[in-house]
Design a protein around this ligand. Sequence first.
Ligand code: PMP
Length: 334
Amino acid sequence: MTNYNGPLALIGDTPIVELTHLDTGPCRLFAKLESQNPGGSIKDRIAVSMIDAAEKSGALKPGGRIVEATAGNTGLALALVATLRGYTLTLVIPDKMSREKIAHVRALGAEVILTRSDVPKGHPEYYQDLAQRIAKETGAFFVDQFNNPNNPAAHERSTGPEIYKQLDGKVDAIVAGVGSGGTITGISRYFARVSPATDIVLADPKGSILAEYIKSGDVGEAGSWLVEGIGEDFVPPVSDLSRVTHAYTITDGESFAAARELLLKEGILAGSSSGTLLAAALRYCREQTEPKRVVTLICDSGNKYLSKMYDDRWLTDQGLLERPRFGDLRDLIA
Ligand code: PMP
């Protein structure tokens, strides 16, 4: 396939592969490889959707400035769109974020403003509040993925229909996590129309409040977790979780083990949130008594996590691996 329209035209239409080497009980499990988007994650879809809408509404003028608060995949995706379309991008990033992530968005031309990680929502230096203030003061377009309806709309328009079409409309369950909630909201809205019986399964890291919120309606106290990109200490305003039928709480250890098993058994190098989704998908599959067709997402690639969850020493340091696999040799090869 030759594409003459540049990298942004390659966003979406990601492949789905069946996972055939894992214990899926009576079910068939399929993985949609969002890691194959040109920016490397599922967030490419929403970056284009939110920027397209801002161009259309006039909120973003040619050559204008875009501001967002993130060092994650949304930042990378926005940096890609900004550089290709001639915008200036300012990313406000909490100072705990990894140097690799900051270097990556800088290399893509983004201007980075580091801010404190140790202040709560409402504090003037909290990264979201600071981004909003900068946008206001400079007249820039504040993307605000947590409140922007063009985030879930991208998934309602593209991710959902692609899954439905690729599996010939035969989808019994879809597994997703919630960062902003855009993915699960958009996909569940689309499936409510075309296949309302499809289960919508939330995969939530232990420490996040969302799985408990789905089950009881209560927003409890949040803990901490190591998986990146999903799990929240609040319910994101743009999310609509009303169609979620199942919710699983997954520990960091289970997420990382699932991601590593995925690489060893299926040859797919996935990020940590994809491990959480896979662990939840496997639990859902093994609980079924009838054969079902289940879809999970590979939200981003694992190459960003090689020195984290794919590294035995890092896992050992986190208390997630008892004994380093290479014994004393690890000190020699360090
Ligand atoms: N996985 C990864 C790696 C992510 O970066 C994100 C977005 N933060 C998600 C999953 C969750 O997507 P959403 O924001 O649509 O809920």
